[in-house]
Ligand binder design. Structure first.
Ligand SMILES: Nc1ncnc2c1ncn2[C@@H]1O[C@H](COP(=O)(O)OP(=O)(O)O)[C@@H](O)[C@H]1O
Ligand SMILES: [Mg+2]
Length: 366
């Protein structure tokens, strides 16, 4: 059997992307997709869990099960949509929803919710989950984990960079025969999502139209770019526990110019583009940049990126055979495949772990 389902819920917290893949010769072909959004009450709990708060353990315990039930609905919809029974699927690779990621603490930890026991029981399919903690146990960041997949899927004879723009943005540098490189570049959509939600009660800035209506504030952009994360050398990973509304407020407090909310949005969009381009420019001889994740649908962001990249061609991963919304889901299908086939899937050069390792735990339905 070579059919796998990947479940991805990223830092945007927009819900779950479920992707059905056939994996052959270490490469994934996407056969079907389902997206289910988080119901508002669950989303509210998840936002609360990202920060210290009241009654965290009960909220987390309940969210763990609620997420797994939503995931199982996504899997069952995918099976129905493709006329498949549970026993046609080798395994589900389930990322879970990150609510805390602290790789640099004295006791480094990361927490992903979405109980794999519930998921295997409700779907009847083996589940591979908890992908990040083995890498962290070996001294790694536990992130990003997608470069091994990007390498297997997208590497050619020329150096290529794949940028995933989710809540946080990360990139992978791949070339056939090379060890891939990669790291989190910083905020992707998360600050833009927060700002438009706060001012216009929209979950995101469709096409980047609001950002396009504002003017970039150079003082605010410079202040944000001086954050130490951007100059830090890889291995590095980050999350919304760092790049969040408190971070943005502290940046806004540095600037005296009068700014409209649209100007701030324009500047946040420029920040994402600028930090991604800065990260890409560290690498020589880049033949092509491919983008995926929801940020690939933000036209203003894409044009800022293209402007910052100059002559290097930029396009979405659709040109490589996977629609940008489904690349990360496909990566977790591939990581489940790697687990069942006993392939080491972390890249020590990326995460900083002391060695490559088998990632994830296997949960069986019986
Ligand atoms: N049409 C669009 N225009 C602008 N931004 C979009 C669009 N569609 C999705 N996005 C952005 O992409 C995000 C979701 O991206 P996703 O890749 O799912 O991130 P994550 O992996 O963090 O969940 C949304 O929160 C939004 O910011
Ligand atoms: Mg998402």
């Amino acid at each position: 059997m070579s059919l796998y389902i990947g479940l991805m819920s990223g830092t945007s917290m927009d819900g779950v992307d479920a992707v059905l893949c056939r994996i052959h010769d270490q490469r994934a072909e996407t056969l079907g997709q389902v997206h289910l959004p988080y119901p508002p009450a669950l989303l509210d709990s998840l936002h609360k869990l990202c920060l210290p708060g009241h009654n965290e353990l009960v909220t987390a315990g309940e969210a763990d099960i609620q997420i797994a039930r939503l995931y199982s609905q996504a899997v069952l919809a995918l099976l129905r949509q493709n006329n498949l029974n549970a026993d046609a699927i080798s395994a589900i690779g389930s990322h879970g929803q990150t609510v805390r990621h602290h790789p640099d603490n004295l006791y480094p930890f990361t927490i992903q919710l979405g109980d794999p026991n519930t998921l295997t029981a409700l779907t009847g399919i083996p589940v591979v989950a908890d992908f990040r903690r083995k890498d962290m146990a070996l001294g790694g960041q536990g992130a990003p984990l997608v470069p091994a997949f990007h390498q297997a899927q997208f590497a050619t004879e020329q150096r290529t960079i794949v940028v995933n723009i989710g809540g946080i943005a990360n990139l992978s540098v791949v070339k056939r025969g090379d060890v891939p490189l990669g790291f989190d570049t910083g905020p992707g959509n998360t600050l833009m999502d927060h700002w438009i939600n706060h001012h216009l009660q929209q979950s995101y800035d469709t096409n980047g139209d609001w950002a396009a209506s504002g003017t970039v504030s150079q003082p605010l952009l410079n202040s944000m770019l001086s954050d130490k994360y951007f100059a830090q050398r890889a291995p590095k990973s980050t999350g919304r526990e760092y790049f969040n509304s408190a971070w943005l407020q502290s940046q806004l407090a540095e600037v005296t110019d009068p700014l409209t909310p649209a100007d701030v949005q324009a500047t946040l969009c420029a920040l994402t583009a600028n930090t991604i381009c800065q990260a890409i420019h560290q690498f020589k001889d880049v033949a092509h940049v491919y983008i995926c994740g929801g940020g690939a649908f933000n036209q203003q962001l894409v044009s800022n990126l293209q402007a910052g990249l100059g002559p290097v061609p930029l396009s979405s991963t659709a040109g490589l055979g996977i629609h940008p919304q489904w690349v990360e889901g496909a990566a977790f299908a591939w990581l489940a495949f790697a687990n069942l086939n006993r392939l080491s899937a972390n890249v020590p050069a990326v995460t900083g772990a002391s060695r490559g390792a088998l990632l994830g735990g296997l949960y069986l339905p019986d």
